[in-house]
Design a protein around this ligand. Structure first.
Ligand SMILES: Cc1cc2nc3c(=O)[nH]c(=O)nc-3n(C[C@H](O)[C@H](O)[C@H](O)COP(=O)(O)OP(=O)(O)OC[C@H]3O[C@@H](n4cnc5c(N)ncnc54)[C@H](O)[C@@H]3O)c2cc1C
Length: 405
C-alpha cells in the first residue's frame, strides 16, 4: 500500500514524486514509457521554471545539456524587437533541453528522493472502492497483471489522461484546438543564445525558434488547426513557405542541415479539469492543457506540482480533510494560471495584440534597457508591476495610457 501512486513520469509526474518522497511519503511512480525517451513536444522552459529547477537542485544538470537563453527577438505583427542580457540572480531567462534529457533528469531526481519508479508499466484501469479511487491496475513489460493500492492516485498522464476519463473529471473554461504545429531540429544554424518569436496575426502563422541540446536549433511553425490537412499535404514545402515570412531567419535555417524528421502536433485543446476528487488528483497537462503558443506547459507543471505536493502534505499532517486541501490546490492553480491562460488563448486565436502593448513597444523601440525591462516583466522574471505600473507607462508612452500587461 502506497501513500501516493503517480501515473506519468515526465515534467509533472517526476517532480511531484520527488517532492512527495522528500516529504516522507511512500510513492510509486509509473510510466508506460522507458526513460530517457523523447516525446514530440516542445522544450523551452522559462518564467518560474528555471527558478524552480534551481530550488530543486536541478538547474546545473539542465544547464549542462542546454544553452542558457539570454536574448529574445519578438515580433507581434509590428517590428522585430530585440531584448538582451535576460539574466536574473545568475539564472538565464530560459533553457531548452530536449525532453529525453529533461525528463530523465527529473525522474532520476525522483529516484534519488526515494520514490519507487516502474518504467514500461501501462496503467489500464483504476481500483475503485466505495466511490473512491484506491489504486491502479496495469502491467509491466512481462504482461503480467498487477494491482497496486494507494491512499491517493495522481494522474500526471498528459492531456488525454486515463485517470481524468475514468473519474469523468469536470472540464471548464474550454476552447477547442486553435493551432497545429510542425517542428524539427537543425545543425549548423548561426545563432546566439536567442529565442525568436514571430507572431504574425495577419498571416495567421506563428514561428518560434531557439537553440536546444546537442548543438541543434529547434524551429516550430504553427498554423490555424483548420489548415492541418493542407499543411500535411507537403509538410516541408509548407514549413519553409511559412519560414520565408521571416527571410533573415529562413536564410540561416536553410544554411544549416535538418537532422531529424518533422514532428507534428495537433488536437491541442485548451481546458481546465477539476483536479481532484475522492482518492484522486490531476497534475500537469492532465489538469490544465493549453496551446503551446506561449510555452507554458512545463513551467506551469512545475508550479502546479509544488502546489499539489503542499496540499497533500497539509492533508496528511493536519486535521483538515484531504479534499479541502485539494480544493485549495485547485483554487491556487486557477489563480496562478488565469491571466496567462487567457493571454495564451488570445494569442493562439491570432487576436491582434492590444493597442497599448503595440504603443509601448514603439515607445521603447530604441531603448535597450527598457526593452530588457519589458521582456523581464512580461516573462515573469521580475514582478510585472515594477514595469507595468501607471506611472512607468505614463513616463514611457504618455499621459493618456493605462497599464498594459
Ligand atoms: C508541439 C508542442 C510544443 C510544446 N512546446 C512547449 C514548450 O516549448 N515549452 C513548454 O513549457 N511546454 C511546451 N509544450 C507543452 C508541454 O510539452 C506539456 O505541457 C508537458 O509535456 C506536460 O507534461 P506532463 O508531464 O503533464 O505530461 P506529458 O509530458 O504528456 O507526460 C505524460 C506521461 O504519462 C505517461 N502515461 C500516459 N498514460 C499512461 C498510462 N495509462 N500508463 C502509464 N503511463 C502513462 C506517458 O507515457 C507520458 O510519459 C508543447 C507541447 C506541444 C504539443
Amino acid at each position: 500500500m502506497y501513500d501516493v501512486i503517480v501515473v506519468g513520469a515526465r515534467c509533472a509526474g517526476s517532480p511531484l514524486a520527488m517532492l512527495l518522497a522528500k516529504q516522507g511519503a511512500k510513492v510509486l511512480l509509473v510510466d508506460r514509457a522507458t526513460l530517457p525517451s523523447d516525446i514530440p513536444h516542445g522544450n523551452f522552459i522559462h518564467r518560474d521554471g528555471p527558478r524552480r529547477l534551481k530550488k530543486w537542485g536541478l538547474l546545473d544538470n539542465v544547464a549542462e545539456v542546454s544553452v542558457p537563453i539570454t536574448s529574445q527577438i519578438s515580433y507581434f505583427g509590428d517590428f522585430p524587437m530585440p531584448a538582451d542580457d535576460l539574466c536574473v540572480d545568475g539564472m538565464a531567462w530560459g533553457y531548452a533541453p530536449r525532453r529525453d534529457l529533461l525528463d530523465y533528469i527529473l525522474v532520476q531526481a525522483a529516484v534519488r528522493a526515494g520514490a519507487e519508479v516502474r518504467e514500461g508499466f501501462s496503467v489500464e484501469s483504476f481500483v475503485i472502492e466505495d466511490g473512491r479511487v484506491a489504486g491502479i491496475r496495469g502491467h509491466g513489460r512481462d504482461g503480467k497483471a498487477v494491482e497496486e493500492q494507494a491512499a491517493l492516485t495522481v494522474g500526471a498522464d498528459g492531456r488525454n489522461s486515463r485517470l481524468a476519463r475514468a473519474v469523468d473529471a469536470p472540464v471548464y473554461d474550454a476552447t477547442p484546438p486553435m493551432l497545429c504545429y510542425y517542428f524539427s531540429y537543425w545543425s549548423g544554424v548561426d545563432t546566439g543564445p536567442c529565442l525568436e518569436l514571430h507572431a504574425r496575426p495577419r498571416d495567421r502563422r506563428l514561428i518560434i525558434s531557439f537553440p536546444s541540446s546537442n548543438g541543434l536549433y529547434g524551429v516550430f511553425v504553427g498554423w490555424p488547426a483548420g489548415e492541418l490537412a493542407q499543411v500535411r499535404g507537403n509538410i516541408e514545402s509548407n514549413f519553409m513557405t511559412a519560414l520565408d515570412l521571416v527571410p533573415e531567419l529562413a536564410e540561416r535555417v536553410r544554411a544549416g542541415h535538418r537532422e531529424e524528421r518533422f514532428y507534428g502536433a495537433s488536437d491541442l485543446p485548451n481546458f481546465f479539469r477539476k483536479p481532484y476528487g475522492p482518492g484522486w488528483a490531476l497534475a500537469g497537462d492532465a489538469g490544465c492543457h493549453k496551446d503551446p503558443f506561449m510555452a507554458l506547459g512545463i513551467c506551469d507543471a512545475f508550479r502546479d506540482v509544488e502546489l499539489l505536493a503542499g496540499a497533500i502534505a497539509e492533508g496528511a499532517t493536519t486535521e483538515r480533510p484531504m479534499e479541502e486541501c485539494l480544493a485549495g490546490y485547485e483554487r491556487n492553480r486557477n489563480e496562478a494560471s488565469g491571466m496567462n491562460y487567457q493571454m495564451n488563448a488570445s494569442a493562439a486565436r491570432f487576436d491582434p495584440y492590444p493597442e497599448e502593448i503595440l504603443l509601448l513597444r514603439r515607445a521603447i523601440r530604441d531603448k535597450p534597457d527598457e526593452r530588457r525591462n519589458f521582456a523581464l516583466a512580461r516573462g515573469g522574471m521580475v514582478d510585472p508591476t515594477t514595469f507595468f505600473n501607471p506611472e512607468n507607462m505614463r513616463r514611457l508612452i504618455g499621459p493618456e495610457v493605462g497599464s498594459p500587461t
